[in-house]
Design a binder for this molecule. Structure first.
Ligand code: ATP
Ligand code: MG
Length: 560
């Protein structure tokens, strides 16, 4: 390709809403263009990168034995009603009616459609296992689309769904997909971690997430500093702890005035947050519950959901009607169930609300208090690893892939059966496997950039090499050499860009660096006098001169 024939709208300005570096660079390098909130067009450079990412995914999925299909993005409501998700999925599911008043949605995922497809064509156990995948557009009406292609409303996902006679077969394919994902992310050159995950609204039994480590990541992931243990913060579980401390003080009531937050109370009383207990009131289908946590801990809503099902935080009015004083709720005289987190229940001589406006209690102990002990909280840095080995470190991650063992969650409600070996109907067992194709590009850039721009790997760079001729439009010798080199690269199937613009060389260098093209060759009259070209790798600072006649073999040797 020649630069003059290509739309490469590089820019210096950073749009206001581009808060993270990958978003800024994707706009500045002209990969994407914003249409509306969470909706982006891919420009020619962006498409080149996207297609390379897709091809790596496609090749590895094919290698794993999965079969490519393509399902519609528009999905009939009936299927979602059958699975029970039409009502459950929430506002992310964009629903609409057609001209005949039939209900539809834009697919945020394809479990229903693929299960329906499987029911039509998978009849006998002899056909199993099978794994189908597609690379296709998804729509999720995200509450907070942000970070460019990281959290979009319309995005491209590779989703795969496998069908099995039993759990053993599912486990086998799950392991194949686990390995395939590692191969894909390795080929893409991402620094990633695999963590135990919660299976969220898609549901199911076992699941792992693949996270690209980046400070801008929206997910929090926890690792042991001594073992392989790694889990999404939502999934780190704690067990009951032994109480080691002994009470040494007598309980008393202190005036704390308008101090209602743990932070203010702990500062005011000069007590660490660790030694305070906070109470949250929730409304469940079985009534109100009080949840007690250590002051420095955060509630894990998924754990609460697993314990009580759907719940809401109580409103100020509800709290008042329960006779409680918001900001001063304590563990005593509660008329509702009290559920205490394991780590709060081993505290001694702690601080909590006095159930009286403007007062807290100090030197409080659990003796005589009736409560249920449970795991309610998120992990924090320095927690003991749940596998008993080492302590937890916490890092930020961008989720780029997610694999689930769905079991019979969809097949049983949608009645997807095959005839088993004994002639009886058997409910199909399923797995599902997603990759955020568009998100991968941003995640890669988060990990591979410098102050000049993106640093693409050869695998996904829009071009593998750029030729920058100095005075291409003035020096016939430079033009002839640049064109010759360009033709050699094309013949050798190397993705080459020839910068044939009448631009200042500084601009041509800056653009190729912003675009992150891995290799650059400069041709000038001075170099030509010596029969040379100048070479520089995007990820190195030094430049070297090589013989013009060796240029092709030199680049080819870098591509192995
Ligand atoms: P997240 O927790 O980030 O919302 P998810 O758990 O909802 O993701 P999955 O349903 O597992 O996502 O979808 C598979 C993959 O699709 C994710 O691992 C992620 O890489 C990608 N993905 C999900 N939502 C978006 C989005 N709004 N924009 C871009 N990519 C997305
Ligand atoms: Mg997920």
């Amino acid at each position: 390709m020649k630069t003059t024939k290509l739309l490469i709208p590089t820019q210096k300005e950073v749009p206001n809403d581009a808060k993270i570096i990958s978003h800024q660079l994707m706009i500045r390098a002209g990969l994407i263009s914003k249409l509306a909130l969470g909706l982006y067009s891919y420009l020619p450079i962006g498409i080149r990168v996207l297609q390379k990412v897709e091809n790596i995914i496609r090749q590895e999925m094919n290698k794993s034995g999965a079969q490519e299909v393509l399902m519609p993005i528009v999905q009939p409501a009936e299927l979602w009603k059958e699975s029970g998700r039409w009502d459950k999925y929430g506002a992310e599911l964009l629903r609409f009616t057609d001209r005949h008043q039939r209900e539809f949605c834009l697919g945020p995922t394809h479990e229903e459609v693929i299960t329906h497809l499987a029911m039509q064509y998978l009849r006998s156990y002899k056909q199993l296992p099978m794994n189908f995948y597609q690379i296709q557009t998804k729509f999720r009406d995200e509450i907070r689309p942000r970070f460019g292609v990281i959290r979009m409303r319309e995005f491209i996902m590779k989703d795969a769904y496998s069908f099995h006679l039993d759990d053993a077969s599912l486990q086998e394919t799950y392991e194949v997909m686990y390995k395939t994902y590692c191969d894909i992310f390795n080929r893409l050159g991402l620094d990633y971690r695999i963590v135990l995950a919660d299976s969220g609204s898609i549901g199911g039994d076992a699941s792992h997430e693949f996270h690209v480590l980046a400070d801008s990541g929206e997910d929090t992931i926890c690792f042991s500093d001594e073992s392989d243990y790694a889990a999404n913060i939502e999934k780190v579980t704690f067990s009951k702890q032994e109480k080691t401390c002994q009470s040494t003080t007598v309980e008393s009531k202190v005036l704390t005035k308008e101090k209602t937050s743990i932070e203010d109370v702990s500062k005011f009383l000069n007590v660490k947050e660790v030694n305070c207990v906070k109470i949250l009131i929730i409304k469940t289908k079985d009534g109100f519950k009080a949840l007690a946590l250590r002051g420095d801990h955060e509630l894990n809503e998924i754990k609460i959901h697993n314990l009580f099902g759907d719940f809401e935080f109580s409103t100020n009015n509800e709290i008042k009607n329960l006779g409680l004083k918001k900001g001063f709720i304590g563990i005593k005289n509660l008329d509702i169930d009290l559920i205490v987190d394991y780590s709060a229940s081993v505290l001694c001589d702690f601080v909590c609300g006095a159930n009286e406006y403007n007062y807290h209690l100090i030197g409080v102990n659990w003796k005589g208090i009736k409560f249920i002990n449970a795991d309610l909280r998120n992990a924090v840095d320095g927690d003991y690893s749940p596998d008993g080995k080492g302590k937890l470190m916490i890092k930020r991650g961008i989720e780029v892939g997610h694999i689930f063992q769905l079991g019979t969650k969809y097949s049983s409600v949608m009645k997807a059966n095959v005839i088993g070996e004994s002639g009886k109907a058997v409910t199909i067992t399923m797995g599902c496997y997603g990759i955020g194709v568009t998100r991968i590009i941003a995640a890669f850039i988060e990990q591979n950039h410098d102050d000049k721009g993106i640093i693409f790997s050869q695998a996904i760079a829009p071009f593998q090499i750029v030729i920058v001729p100095i005075n291409y439009n003035k020096s016939t010798r430079v033009k002839a050499l640049a064109d010759k080199l360009y033709q050699q690269f094309i013949k050798a199937s190397i993705d080459v860009l020839l910068d044939d613009r009448k631009e200042h060389v500084g601009i041509m260098f800056a653009d190729s660096e912003l675009l992150g093209i891995p290799h650059r060759m400069v041709i000038s009259d001075t170099h030509a006098d010596n029969g040379n070209v100048e070479y520089k790798a995007r990820n190195k600072t030094n430049k070297i001169e090589i013989k013009f006649d060796d240029a092709l073999s030199f680049i080819q040797s870098k591509m192995i």
